[in-house]
Design a protein around this ligand. Structure first.
Ligand code: ADP
Length: 336
């Protein structure tokens, strides 16, 4: 079977344009239409891609070089980052342009580098404080036993903060490693709720929060018990840390057609609406100062989000300023 040149172009995963000797696009595949967000066939190539580097690449491929590689941005919404490979076809005057959409790749790269910058910044703050304290202990406070006690306990606090950060970062990377494996053990969400409450009893007492768990029966779901305990604990810990002013905190388990829902409700001051879509981003906090004062790493809800993703579930957040917040998720029931 003879394969037609244009069929070959159509089958390519990257965008492809064939440009005639008059500069008009003779053919464009589906990926090119998608990347450029128009039908390029019949239009002048330099109208389709309005970029001076592209115009120069076409001229140089026609006259001197055989190939040229250029990167440019298409000003669509959202803008797209394109890498183009321009090459002369055979000995003729026709030109093949391969377009590779790098938008997603570059966004991921930026997320990675932002993450490293944020994590380093979070780490550097307690480290700088520890170093400053050591210098004080070596110098002015050298022979002052009372000051030494105070500085050592502040150093311990900062070191514990670094440890929490490292633990949370490791937890996140472990969950991401297993992101595609769906957990399937039989787990009772009611038991998880009681366990979370037990583990956080002393914090609740310290901040005068009264935590109640509601839910009848076992309510089994398909999941990973350690991870679901971590989710319930992170949500309850946040409710106690940020919503305790409301006094009461309710953890409710209920069974429905989609599975079992666990909801943690506080009656604290709530969260302004603009922050809600960003709460599960790594290191995002409504107030940096308050989160740090309460020993927060800013990673708790990112961990919750990733564990729930693994369980094919998602976190729902409803909050009203002055009235409190409800964080909930639903997991399919366990089927034997
Ligand atoms: P952190 O370590 O700072 O607690 P999280 O990712 O767990 O990090 O939470 C992110 C931010 O969301 C918190 O810093 C806080 O500002 C806000 N938040 C989370 N839960 C609540 C809540 N129940 N009430 C009010 N604000 C909350």
């Amino acid at each position: 079977m003879e394969i037609q040149f244009f069929d070959l172009i159509d089958a390519l995963p990257d965008g492809a344009l064939v440009i005639g000797d008059d500069g008009i696009v003779l053919s464009a595949n589906a990926a090119a239409r998608e990347a450029l967000q128009l039908e390029p066939k019949g239009l002048s190539a330099t109208t389709v891609i309005r970029n001076s580097a592209f115009v120069a690449a076409l001229a140089s491929v026609r006259s001197t070089t055989r190939f040229a590689n250029i990167d440019f941005e298409i000003h669509s919404r959202p803008p797209r980052q394109i890498s183009a490979f321009v090459s002369r076809l055979g000995d003729g005057d026709q030109i093949l342009v391969i377009l590779r959409d790098l938008t997603r790749e570059q966004a991921l790269e930026k997320m990675r580098s932002d993450f490293v910058a944020n994590a380093s910044h979070e780490m550097r703050t307690p480290l700088a404080s520890i170093m400053g304290t050591i210098e004080t202990l070596q110098g002015p406070a050298k022979n002052d036993p009372k000051a030494r006690e105070k500085f050592l306990s502040s150093m311990l606090g900062q070191a514990q903060r670094m440890k929490r950060l490292i633990d949370d970062l490791l937890t996140l990377s472990r969950i991401e490693l297993n992101a595609h494996v769906r957990p399937s053990a039989k787990v009772s969400l009611v038991q998880i709720a009681h366990q979370a409450r037990g583990n956080l009893q002393s914090l609740a007492k310290e901040l005068s929060a009264d935590v109640s768990v509601e839910g009848m029966g076992e309510m089994h779901v398909a999941g990973d018990s350690d991870e679901l305990l971590q989710v319930a604990q992170n949500l309850l810990e946040n409710a106690i840390k940020y919503g305790a002013a409301g006094g009461q905190i309710k953890v409710q388990c209920s069974a429905g057609t989609d599975g079992v829902t666990l909801a943690v409700q506080d009656f604290g001051r709530g969260i302004p609406e603009i922050h809600i879509p960003r709460l599960t981003e790594r290191f995002y906090r409504v107030s940096n100062q308050e989160s740090r004062a309460r020993g927060g790493t800013g990673l708790g809800l990112a961990i919750v989000k990733h564990i729930l993703l693994r369980h094919r579930s998602k976190l729902n957040i409803h909050s009203q300023e002055g009235l409190g917040s409800v964080f909930s998720f639903t997991i399919p029931s366990y089927k034997s």
